[in-house]
Design a protein around this ligand. Structure first.
Ligand code: APR
Ligand code: PHB
Length: 387
């Protein structure tokens, strides 16, 4: 029998789409290039908007998320030695939840296997064929005929590249800085996230649990990790997260993971060609400031699942035809916010201090105006979904 949807990629986008389709009675097969341990171990951001938590909860996927996730009602902005709490819940009535992307992925894989549904790991040489007509997916040792293909294979996947170049418009900004991220066995600096703009560069203190800290510092895109001893990293964190006249809140501990994350803003539009639909990082990348990547992927597949449900159950293709435009509305809002947070908080100085003073003025305006704080907060907790 012909499978209705072939899903390429077992990241949050592909796995959640598969689950939402299953609940809607649509058959899907998920085809993933890497092995299960690799996919489950990949460390990414870990902040869920209220709407993402609601989506996972409604889909019956959030038992562990509600047990282990850390709900946050506020966050801290630091600059010039000042510290200002942004009362997210007070300003918006919503909160965010800290729960690692790989935990979301683990929960989704466990659910798929428990449901006994098809999920192929270690599929080599995945390729898509006849995406404008009768789509087919092939890989070493396997093939799948389907009605639709969901390209959920991330930024480096093959689906976007299968679309003729003249049918896509690409928007791309690469930032002249990156994040050096660490995972450390140490209690978080604060019970809420701290975003700091410092003359030495950006820093962020976040967490994975009460005993595991996740921290980032701005660095060069080609930063050599060998130049960053643990002591140098801790020094930078103490300095950049400091509050004038108060002791450092940064707790040191064994660093168990170190890595550099590149920063770019990228959108490919439209997110459809024939029977192929792109979702998540395959179609767009945001810089990590604000942690929108996984949330955008979840927002895309909510729309795609409903549209495929209609199309596969004979209710027409109006939603599928609107898929790209519906998603791009939100994507550009989120691109704007991620870009804005990024340029407000990173050192971009050209040597004369102009950008630094503009940033200070902007930060002072944000913390000083309830309207500006609300603008930040409502984007940070997540804009409402389109009806
Ligand atoms: N064939 C099959 N699978 C592939 C291929 C391929 N040719 N290329 C990549 N993949 C897999 C990757 O191994 C990965 O598991 O596709 C999956 C894509 O997952 P993600 O990169 O996590 O992308 P997505 O599901 O869209 O989630 C977006 O990921 O990068 C973060 O910040 C981003 O949080 C956001 C989230
Ligand atoms: C994270 O917890 O990894 C995280 C949180 C907030 C961000 C980015 C990353 O803005």
């Amino acid at each position: 029998m012909r499978t209705q949807v072939g899903i390429i990629g077992a990241g949050p986008a592909g796995l959640l789409l598969a689950h939402l389709l299953h609940r809607a009675g649509v058959d899907a097969v998920v085809i993933e290039a890497r092995d299960r341990a690799y996919v489950e171990g990949r460390i990414r951001a870990g902040l869920l908007e209220q709407g993402s938590v609601d989506t996972l909860t409604e889909a019956g996927l959030a038992a562990r998320l509600h047990r282990e996730g850390l709900a946050h009602d506020g966050m801290d902005l630091r600059f010039e030695g000042e510290h200002h709490r942004i009362d997210l819940a007070g300003l918006t009535g919503k909160r965010v939840t800290i729960y690692g992307q790989q935990e979301v992925v683990r929960d989704l894989i466990a659910q798929r296997l428990e449901d006994g549904l098809p999920l192929v790991f270690e599929a080599a040489d995945v390729a898509v064929h006849d995406i404008g007509g009768s789509p087919r997916i092939t890989w070493a040792g396997g093939a799948l005929d389907c009605d639709f293909i969901a390209g959920c294979d991330g930024f480096h996947g093959i689906c976007r590249g299968a679309i003729p170049a003249d049918a896509l418009t690409l928007h791309d900004r690469i930032y002249p800085f990156a994040w050096l991220g660490i995972l450390a066995q140490a209690p978080p600096a604060s019970h809420e996230l701290i975003y700091a703009r410092h003359a030495d560069g950006f820093a962020l203190a976040t967490m994975r649990s009460e005993t595991l800290s996740r921290m980032y510092i701005q660095c060069a895109p080609d930063e050599d990790l060998a130049q960053w001893s643990d002591a140098r990293i801790w020094d930078a964190l103490h300095t950049r997260l400091a509050r004038a006249g108060l002791p450092s809140q940064v707790h040191e501990g064994p660093i168990i993971q170190k890595g550099v994350t590149a920063m770019r803003s990228f959108v490919a539009e439209p997110m459809r060609y024939g029977k192929l639909f792109l979702a998540g990082d395959a179609a767009h990348i945001v810089p990590p400031t604000g942690a929108k990547g996984m949330n955008l992927a979840i927002a895309d597949v909510r729309v795609l699942a409903r549209a495929l449900d209609d199309a596969c159950h004979g209710r027409g293709e109006a939603l599928l035809d609107g898929y790209s435009a519906t998603c791009l509305e939100r994507i550009w809002q989120v691109q704007r916010f991620s870009w804005w947070m990024t340029q407000m908080l990173h050192r971009t100085d050209h040597g004369d201090g102009f950008e630094h003073r503009i940033q200070t003025a902007e930060l002072r305006y944000v913390v000083g105006s309830e309207a500006a704080r609300t603008t930040l907060a409502e984007n940070y907790v997540g804009l409402p979904y389109a009806a």
